[in-house]
Design a protein around this ligand. Structure first.
Ligand code: PXL
Length: 326
């Protein structure tokens, strides 16, 4: 970027006078700071674009934009709808185009504060995403891999054993992973659990952290004590603490809620929130989205009405319900 452009976008009149009085090395340091840090946090979002049904990029972009982040989509596939509950959808696999994005962005020296991947279009995309993470690595960057594979004990339509196995390779590169309980079971080669005792849950979190990510978050965990509750649990290998956020279970399985959860979590962490607060905000937002939708006779496959509640992302955190698991 040219000095003049940086001055124009980042310094007002008063600061320009001060700036002009500085020696060249300090000027260079200021420019470097502005360019490196990104005035607006920037996220590379590696997900599919499903035209209808509110999931992946169609919820990720509005949520993170509303939270003040710049989203740069690297689409993995383009579909007419998502794969849950629709038939005859079109699916355009973009595997052959992803390296072109990577090369072009590299030539532009784009810096990302966060890399966030989700639904991938083919097993071959695993190594492309791993390359992307290595190429754009920088200090203080957050790498989030949502290992999208399935839900309710089953894989999504387009995935099989190869994708499960290769997703296990990709999570090695992540700082944070956010599988739901079905995906956690797939990654650990375990069967889908109807109940989950705390000791077993902790051992799953630790076994996933052993694969590389410092923070492991499992969503949609059935609550042992109450049929009307579900929970999100997390383990942070840095301080060795376990966290849990419970919420009311609403009997409708809306698509896209995993993408919504991880987007709010990412935005919250990039805003500087602690892990338990970010978990809390993400759980509260998903619950609010489900409640905003459930009261209507609205087709489940069309997802939750985030348009109604996006402004809430700007509200301060009001109450916290997270617990530490001893
Ligand atoms: O939200 C997960 C997801 C993302 N993308 C596509 C999907 C699904 C879940 O069904 O089908 C295309």
């Amino acid at each position: 970027m040219k000095w003049s452009t940086i001055l124009k976008i980042s310094l007002d009149g008063m600061h320009i006078i001060l700036y002009n009085g500085l020696c060249e090395s300090i000027k260079t340091a200021i420019v470097k700071e502005i360019v490196m840090k990104n005035i607006i946090p920037r996220i590379a979002a590696i997900h599919d674009l499903s035209g209808f049904g509110r999931c992946s990029l169609t919820v990720i972009i509005p949520i993170l934009s509303a939270m003040g982040m710049q989203v740069c989509p690297l689409p993995t596939a383009v579909l007419s709808t998502h794969t849950g509950g629709f038939e005859n959808y079109t699916f355009v696999d973009l595997t052959d185009h992803m390296e072109g994005f990577l090369e072009h962005w590299k030539s532009l020296n784009i810096r990302f504060n966060c890399i966030y991947s989700g639904f991938l279009g083919s097993p071959r995309q695993i190594s492309i995403v791993a390359d992307f993470i290595k190429t754009f690595h920088q200090e203080d960057q957050l790498v989030i891999v949502d290992p999208v594979l399935g839900d309710d004990g089953k894989t999504y339509d387009t995935f099989g054993d190869e994708m499960i196995q290769r997703m296990g390779e990709l999570i090695r590169y992540a700082d944070i992973i956010t599988p739901n309980i079905t995906e956690a079971a797939f990654l650990l080669n375990e069967s889908y659990p109807e109940h989950m005792e705390e000791t077993k849950l902790k051992s799953w979190l630790l076994r996933l952290a052993d694969k590389g990510p410092k923070t492991v978050i499992i969503t949609s965990v059935p609550d042992n004590l109450s049929k009307n509750k579900t929970a999100v649990v997390a383990y942070n290998a840095k301080d060795k603490r376990f966290w849990k956020v419970s919420c009311d279970y609403i009997p409708a399985n809306y698509p896209g809620t995993g993408d919504i959860f991880t987007s709010v979590l990412a935005g919250s962490l990039l805003e500087g929130d602690s892990l338990p607060i970010a978990l809390d905000r993400a759980v509260q937002f998903v619950s609010m989205a489900i409640r905003a939708t459930f009261g209507y006779d609205y087709p489940v496959r069309e997802g939750v009405l985030i348009e109604r509640i996006l402004p809430n992302l700007k509200a301060p955190v009001i109450s916290s319900s997270y617990q530490i698991l001893e």
